[in-house]
Structures are given as C-alpha cells and as structure tokens.
Design a protein around this ligand. Sequence first.
Ligand SMILES: [Zn+2]
Length: 356
Amino acid sequence: MFRCINCGAMHHDFHYICPRCGSALLFIGDRLLWKPEGVGVWRYRSMLPVERRVTMYEGGTPLIRRRDVKDEVYLKVEGNNPTGSFKDRGTSVVLSHALRDGVRTVAVASTGNMGASVAAYCAYANLTARVFLPADVPDEKVAQIRAYGACLVRVEGGFQEAVRRMKEEADKGVYLATTGLNPYFLEGLKTVAYEIFEEMGVPDTIIVPTGTGGLLTAIHKGFEELRSLGVADGTPRMVAAQAAAAAPIVEAWRSHAPLRPPEEAESIASAILVKEPYNGLSAIAAMRSSGGLGVEVEDDELISAVRELGKEGVFAEPSAAASLAAYHKIERPPGRTVLIVTGSGLKDPLAALGRS
Ligand SMILES: [Zn+2]
C-alpha cells in the first residue's frame, strides 16, 4: 500500500505521486519482519518492499564517535557509499523495482548527487540513464555523471525546472527515479535508521541536512517501523538542517504556515538547495511528532563545519556539513546525537575550501 503524505489517500498500486492530489507517497508495508542478515542496505531485505536486483554494496557506512568533544556526538559518514552520497541506498531499491518491470531507460532530475548515483547504477545494470541537471551544479558532479556514461540534459533554471523536464519523459514510457516522486527511494534511505539502531539503539537526536525532506522522512519512518514491531522502544528527535538561502521546511515548521518556495536561492550547499521540497510535509510531520526542530545555517557556518569535520578525518561537502553547523546553533541536545554527513567532500572540493 502507498499513503499520500498530503491527503492521506491509500493506493494499492504503485504510482509516482498521489493520483488524487499530486503529492509524494510513502510505502506502507504490512509484512515487515526484523531479521537482519548479510551486509549493507540488503541486510534489511525483510523490511524492504522489493527483491534485490541491483546492488553495488551501498550502505553499511561508518558511525564514528567524535573524539574532540565531551558530548556523545556521532557522525554517520554517508560519503562512503559507492558514488559518494547516501543516495545510493535509495537508488539500489528503486532500480531493483525498475528492473522487475523490465524497464530499459531511467530518468532522474537532480541537484547532482542523485544524478551521479542513478547514472552509476544504470551503467552497472546496463540501463540507459537520462539525467536532468540545473545549470548551477558544480563541475565535479557533472564530470562524475559523465564518467558513468549517462545522457546529460542541462536545464536553465533550478531543480524545479529540471523536475518538470524530467516528468515529460514519463509519457515516453521512461521510468522516473527522482526523490519524492518515487516512494521506493525512501525505502532504501530508511536503512540509515536500521544501521544506527543496530550500532547504538535509539539515539536522542538525529540532525539531517535537508533539501527535499526525503532523508529525514525516511530515517524517522525506519525508527517508527522498528517501534511498531516492538524492536525499538522509541524514536529519536528529528532535526532538519537547511541552508538559510532555501529553508522552506524550517520556515513552515516554525510558522505553521504552508510550504512556500523562496524566490531566489543561492548557497554553496548546492545538494540541499531545493525550493519545493516534495517530502516537506512528511518531514515536518516527523519533526513535530518526534519533538524535533528546524535550523537554518549560513554559508560561512557551513565552511567552518567542513573544516571542523576535516580536523577529525572526515571530508564533507558543504551540504553534508549542515548537520554539524546546525548542531552548533541549537541548545545543546541532551544525550546522544547523530549527525548525518550526507556526502563526500570530493563531490564539491572547491566550495569546501570557501571559494564558491
Ligand atoms: Zn494525495
């Protein structure tokens, strides 16, 4: 079953978005079984909605305790995934679904990391990838996507325009893999929660760099599932860290007003620069139900956070350091905190040096 995050309608069959209102859908499993076996994302196959058809050993990323602070703070280093970001978890599940249906061509709109991930997995699975990218994606990410041999379409305008162009592909029988427009993607992402749980139980707080709201939604969903099965006895407080230049989720959480896209959005945090977050409503619901909050971070705070992580041996791209930057801005959370470090610094090395 699939549940709409906006109107709540339940749908039996797979759709990219809610046929009734056009919002994102969440997969609701009724045969979940907690039986971890093996490694990486597919260690949790009994909690996933599709059979494994393509994997490049995504997931199983390190959870490192910060050594230079007294508080219990852990880094979940997602840059260690095959293409350097957490997206590979979702891509493995989404493409496993696409292959089940005999798909040959996959389209994705992306701020860069998702495009690289889908391009790599398509190359490995012998599928054609069509990647729609906004004009301001860093050259390093473009180079990575090209290296995987994907068909690249540069789009004037931002991520929303790239999504609009990609949706036209659906009419041609092409499979759409974009975050927020494919509920299976979040099913892969939720394995972040399972890995954290297996290593440390339920932490008190998790801070997530947030663009579309998909990763935050998925981590919360993963913990909720463990709780519903009686495996975990609670869920962590979910904190969204957004770039101040584009923080519609944080603003809507704070004001209780509907999500409103910012007019202009410029920041070195290109990976989370999303004006219309497809999983915004579900992310805000997760923040509220878990007693969490939203934090905006400025570019200079991101650059400092990149340097601070570097001193501990972790190279993060500016967006990925948003979790640490946000940690410094909130009242010291009690107990144990996990900072999700979403992508490798090698994705966007010059911005990380403070030169955008
Ligand atoms: Zn709906």
